[in-house]
Design a protein around this ligand. Sequence first.
Ligand code: MN
Ligand code: MG
Length: 653
Amino acid sequence: MNKSISRRHFLATTAATGAFVTLHPFSAMAQTNQAHLRILSTTDLHVHVHPYDYYADKPIDTVGLSRTASIIEEVRAESTNSILVDNGDFLQGNPMGDYIAYERGMNEGDMHPVMQAMNVLGYDCGTLGNHEFNYGVDFMDKVVKGAEFPMICANFVKSLGSNAGKDDTFLKPYTILERDITDGSGKTHSIKIGLIGFLPPQIMNWDKRHLEGKFNARDILQAAKGWVPEMKEAGADIVIALSHSGISSEPSFEGQGNAALYLAGVDGIDALVTGHSHLVFPSEAYADTDGIDLAAGTIQGKPATMAGFWGSHMGLIDLMLERSGDEWRVVTTESSARPIYERVDRTNIPLVEDVQMVLDATRDVHEETLEYIRRPVGMTDTALHSYFALVADDPSVQIVSQAQTWYIEQMMQGSEWEGIPILSAAAPFKAGGRGGPEYYTDVAPGPVAIKNVSDLYLYPNTVRAVLINGAQVKGWLERSASIFNQITAGEQDQVLLNPEMPSYNFDIMDGVTYQIDLTHPPKFNRGGEVINAGSNRIVNLQYNGAPIDPDAMFVVATNNYRASGGGNFPGTGDTIIFEGPDTNRDVIVRYIVEKGTINPQADANWGFAPVPDTSVIFETGPAGIGYADSVEGVNIEAAGEGADGFALYRIQL
Ligand code: MN
Ligand code: MG
């Protein structure tokens, strides 16, 4: 596609909207020899070109470059001079990305839909994120070759040099755009805009199988200090860092993944586009981070932005530049992030419309992706349902646990934690409750399609591993067991479940065996506070057929919500040893694709401790009746109708 033609087309479209445009104050106020330069940025698009949730197989208003592109039109019109950049993590992260990688493939000369969209929109520069390596370096290289703009990265290297700045980088470490810029009096001057890109060096662990022995990653700060002086020597008037790296106030260390705070302190860097954390900057999310001035939108005094994820926001940095002699310098700055939707009363209201050109340019791939998500990618020998997930070991949770264990095993290889036993914690997300009597996972035996995976894993969580001891494992399970009411021995039809407790806080742990003694009161309340310190519901907790050693260490695979303290579980909050960049959902898809046929038969590794002459009742979806007999390790019988369309079941403890 010819860039100048597509650009002209874009500008014509902009003019055709005829919207009344208010100039940004920098553009309105600029004097002779002053110029307003606006940097527009996207980050962490993860192949979200169309406003479509391919897992749910329905349109959605919270994602899509076609929506973000509307903001591009707006903000370009508000400023005299602008450039548009992307900050990485563009080629993986939704089924469209998987479709290209696993099905259609990238042959030499093929265009990737994200590149197609970016070319149409006239991007000026892009960098790599950590996810660009998920499908291998050859794949990434072919995608990047489609860019009709410079693609840069200063710290992904073919080989490390004697020092930073001497590395043999895979892409050009930086680029210097020579542009005409219009000043406040309407005169044009030339300016050299330097751009340099960085990614988290952790790619060497996360995509070890693609990178080990062939490539390397340089520390972000080292790379910056190595290359920025060269950019200044080459005449860059300003230097903008494309930092596919988040903002964290943890102390600086070599190999730091979220290094934007310290990168901002590097001499010569004037502004930072950040990302990787899937958050928004400036925003209250960073109210407590040292070195940040939220009102000014700066990190260590440098303007910065982070544009959310999946196209949710457009990042904006506004620079008022002043010219003296032949050189430009930054005098005033502003930064912000503009959303594509707002949330009102639990509903997402779109704030922009689609840019049709972006949809048109990628329509074929979108339609092929729809076929792909509806087509089987694997087989299951077992029905994957959650009707009895709260009362017995269950295939819908088992598949999640198996995929997490499979993934974390790979990630622990070669790490200091290799060899430590791996357990996996997962909870049923779709288990009736306030969702109603149809709100259950239910995938029949046979073919599994990608869209079924959203049914198995509802939330876009990312994988984490924590390192905890046997006592914490028991505490974790005690916390889970607070979903059950206390049961009196010898009484019949006692209500089993506490309706106040959401199912997502009922973690099952795979890799250990245990029983829950319901005759004791719960140790924890709904908020995770200890209410009965002396009570122990978890009994016969065993690892490898022997009682668990309270001091023995375990790696537990889980998600970011739980690992960071969600639900207030013992052993979480400060025990994270591994932060996976992958969503649990992607891990499940990969597991199914790679295994071909899965058999997540529940292994009844947990159950209720027997209580003679005692029964409990609980509600589940009426469609569960067909599965009641096949649930292992517990005797479930129908007990009539429940409330609000639910069905009642009985268990003889
Ligand atoms: Mn990302
Ligand atoms: Mg199990």
